[in-house]
Design a protein around this ligand. Structure first.
Ligand SMILES: Cc1cc2nc3c(=O)[nH]c(=O)nc-3n(C[C@H](O)[C@H](O)[C@H](O)COP(=O)(O)O)c2cc1C
Length: 325
């Protein structure tokens, strides 16, 4: 057992959270992570409507009696998203932990607090973490530059970002980005975090509702197999380095301002979803972080969490303790 501010506040066994993941964060995965003693999270926007989120929460509850959360990602979208209704669906569904990301959750805080919800705001800088603390978030999850998805524009890796945040934050902190094994968990705790958040590593698990080809490709990949797209638009995303990502980077490298219209047909979300569903790895953009270089197997969530925690304990209690004195 590793007891931290995260396990205590969230009422979970292990200080390991599964971050929100578009198309992946469904009941199958979230319930498996929660059943394994971590915190599983459903991704609200993976559900086409707030009513579908209500149904997904009910479905997840049938699959686990442990706590699980909902991620609400507040990012600019082509079509307007009824965020208030998604938030309301989570509140009415009895959810007690919400992970927010993308921008400040300030507008939702009164409703979340009134419902007794613990809010974990996921962000990519110390200044945004401090803002989250100020507006009453209960915890922050801080994504270093290694992370899958949106690492922000500051490019500070976790090894510096996490202790910088630990220096100034009073609320518990979850380290995110690049974590995939017990060494990472022990390191995160040593850097001042109270737990870890993982995305990519959970995609390559038996329960992740993702095509086998994707999982297998992650096992084969090295740490060099990600690319940064949308840098020129200041909306950087770390994705798996396939031919589509290369093409996007090539277009962005051309002189002058990038026109999103030139990228749109390549990066359409529906195509990315097809990759995950059908397993044609070159059909669209799919999200992955540098930690793919550490993924060598496709375990169940139970096996994964057990191994991570046992290895972290061994490192802390034996390897590191043995170096002292
Ligand atoms: C396939 C995939 C989809 C993701 N989609 C979202 C999302 O919709 N919202 C969000 O806040 N984070 C999203 N993320 C980021 C994760 O929640 C997490 O912050 C990140 O993966 C941590 O870095 P790691 O992949 O190195 O563990 C996604 C990550 C992956 C791998």
């Amino acid at each position: 057992m590793l007891k931290t501010a995260v396990t205590e506040m969230l009422g979970i066994e292990h200080p390991i959270v599964q971050g929100g993941m578009m198309h992946v964060g469904r009941a199958e995965l979230a319930s498996a992570v929660s059943n394994a003693g971590g915190l599983g999270i459903l991704t609200a926007l993976t559900q086409p409507t707030p009513e579908d989120l209500t149904k997904e929460i009910a479905r997840c509850r049938e699959m686990t009696d442990k706590p699980f959360g909902v991620n609400i990602t507040l990012l600019p979208t082509i079509n307007p998203v009824p965020y208030d209704e998604y938030a309301q669906a989570a509140i009415e569904g009895g959810i007690k932990v919400i992970e927010t990301a993308g921008r400040s959750p300030e507008q939702f805080m009164p409703a979340f607090k009134a419902a007794g919800i613990k809010v974990i705001h996921k962000c990519t800088s110390v200044r945004h973490a401090l803002k989250a603390e100020k507006i009453g978030c209960d915890m922050v999850s801080i994504d270093g530059f290694e992370c899958a998805g949106h690492p922000g524009e500051d490019d500070i890796p976790g090894l510096v970002l996490i202790p910088c945040a630990a220096n100034v934050l009073k609320i518990p902190m979850i380290a995110s980005g690049g974590f995939g094994d017990g060494r990472g968990l022990a390191a995160a705790l040593a850097l001042g975090a109270d737990g870890i958040n993982m995305g990519t590593r959970f995609v390559a698990t038996k329960e992740a509702p993702v095509h086998e080809n994707v999982k297998q490709r992650m096992v084969e990949a090295s740490e060099l197999d990600t690319a940064l797209i949308f840098r020129t638009l200041r909306n950087t995303a770390r994705v798996f380095k396939n031919s589509i990502a290369d093409k996007v980077v090539e277009i962005e490298a051309q002189p002058g301002q990038t026109d999103f219209k030139d990228l749109q047909p390549l990066v359409a979300g529906v195509k990315g979803r097809e990759v995950l569903d059908k397993g044609d790895l070159e059909y669209g953009i799919w999200t992955a972080g540098m930690v793919v270089g550490l993924i060598k197997d496709i375990p169940t969530c139970e096996e994964l969490l057990k191994t991570i925690v046992a290895d972290a304990q061994e490192i802390i209690a034996a390897r590191l303790a043995g170096m002292v004195g």
